[in-house]
Ligand binder design. Structure first.
Ligand SMILES: [Mg+2]
Length: 398
């Protein structure tokens, strides 16, 4: 598990992404109000704005606004339909570039990602230097601007990236978390929206600083368990790690032979060893998997996979080995020699795995920790970041 103290977390958010891509691809759109979204149909269109360029925002147009309203605000604007495949293509270029700086990246939408740079500082320089480098590379290699927020945790990094858009860079030093948050409106808080905001305002709570000075008891009385989330976040505490998610999809190991082989005994021996490694790896990660996949590449480079799902979840090397061997024995290599062989395990038990606490368990008192962990599992689970992406089913971007 990562050390959650003294982290350097980046939140990178592309500026008016869809509109910026349109302006990149169509130079005639540059410097003009570009509105990506539904067809306005001369003001009669239904649907909403996905993204408005900064020029369009001057007309009061923003994401999620009805397209008809946007049209009335700026009838001379350039209204275009989203070109999803193109945005995805550029998104992938950006994400690829980010991996040059750290492997710990959690993309949370097409144009946004959290990055944990803690382990990169020694090698790449201080946080500001790295952020400037990332922004420069996105600018020169892709032609777009990004805003970056840097903080000791994800909650604050995300708020920070939004404060100086476009082309922003906001750094919140460790120790300044509360001070940074205090003057901000409570609507900046995770989970506080149009419904919850008035409940606070009625009590004279308008800023995060005011919220932070409420007691946990008071907040829990008012909002139930989620009140505790508010308290932690408002006080600048957020221990969620940047989870890449990748390590959870599957674990696999494969071996390429120096010389192609059709020696079945040798191949089975290799599968034995791989099953042992996979079982150990699962047990270390406290994971159990249900699906075993065999991968074979033959001398002609043709690659096949065979998989079998068990009725139970397992971290048992023997079970993995037996399943892998059964798959192998059913596989017909023909006359061909084997170049590569491997096994993978996937489909992990949702309930297994090391539980990652949403908040630092040591603060405040450990009372209610059990229920806090339950709450975290209930509400966010391990796939919290992915769920957040799914919620944004409508491509709305800021
Ligand atoms: Mg954005």
């Amino acid at each position: 598990m990562q050390n959650l103290a003294n982290r350097t977390i980046f939140h990178l958010d592309m500026d008016a992404f869809f509109a910026a891509v349109e302006q990149l691809d169509f130079p005639q759109y540059r410097g003009k109000p570009v509105i990506v979204g539904a067809d306005p149909l001369g003001g009669k269109g239904r649907g909403v704005v996905s993204t408005a360029s900064y020029e369009a925002r001057k007309f009061g147009i923003h994401s999620a606004m009805p397209i008809s309203q946007a049209y009335r605000s700026c009838p001379t604007g350039i209204f275009v339909r989203p070109r999803g495949h193109r945005y995805l293509e550029i998104s992938e270029q950006i994400m690829r570039l980010l991996y040059d700086f750290t492997p710990l990246i959690a993309p949370i939408s097409i144009d946004e990602a959290f990055m944990d740079l803690t382990g990169s500082l020694k090698l790449l320089g201080d946080a500001r230097t790295i952020a400037i480098k990332i922004k420069e590379r996105i600018k020169t290699e892709i032609g777009l601007t990004a805003s970056i927020g840097i903080a000791p945790n994800m909650f604050i990094a995300k708020i920070a990236s939004d404060l100086q858009k476009p082309d922003g860079l906001v750094i919140v030093e460790p120790g300044n978390e509360k001070e940074f948050l205090a003057p901000l409106a409570i609507s900046k808080m995770w989970g506080i929206g149009k419904k919850t905001e008035p409940l606070f305002q009625r009590r004279g709570i308008f800023t995060i600083g005011q919220l932070a000075s409420m007691t946990v008891d008071e907040l829990v009385k008012l909002f139930g368990k989620v009140g505790m989330d508010y308290w932690y976040l408002a006080n600048g505490i957020d221990s969620r790690p940047v989870e890449t998610g990748e390590e959870r999809k599957s674990i696999s190991k494969e071996i390429t032979f120096f010389e192609d082989t059709d020696d079945c005994q040798k191949l089975e021996l290799v599968l034995f060893e791989i099953a042992e490694i996979l079982g150990k790896s699962l047990r270390e990660k406290k994971l159990k998997a249900r699906t075993i996949t065999l991968k074979i590449r033959l001398a002609d480079f043709s690659t096949s996979t065979r998989r079998k799902s068990l009725t139970n979840f397992t971290d048992n090397s023997e079970e993995i080995r037996n399943t892998g061997l059964a798959l192998f024995r059913h596989f017909n290599c023909g006359e061909m020699k084997v170049r590569l062989i491997g096994l993978g395990v996937s489909q992990f038990d949702e309930a297994s795995g090391e539980q990652l606490a949403f908040f630092d368990k040591t603060k405040p008192q450990s009372r209610n920790i059990d229920s806090l962990i339950d709450l975290v599992e209930d509400r966010f689970g391990k796939g919290m970041i992915k769920k957040a992406t799914l919620i944004r089913s409508n491509p709305v971007d800021e």
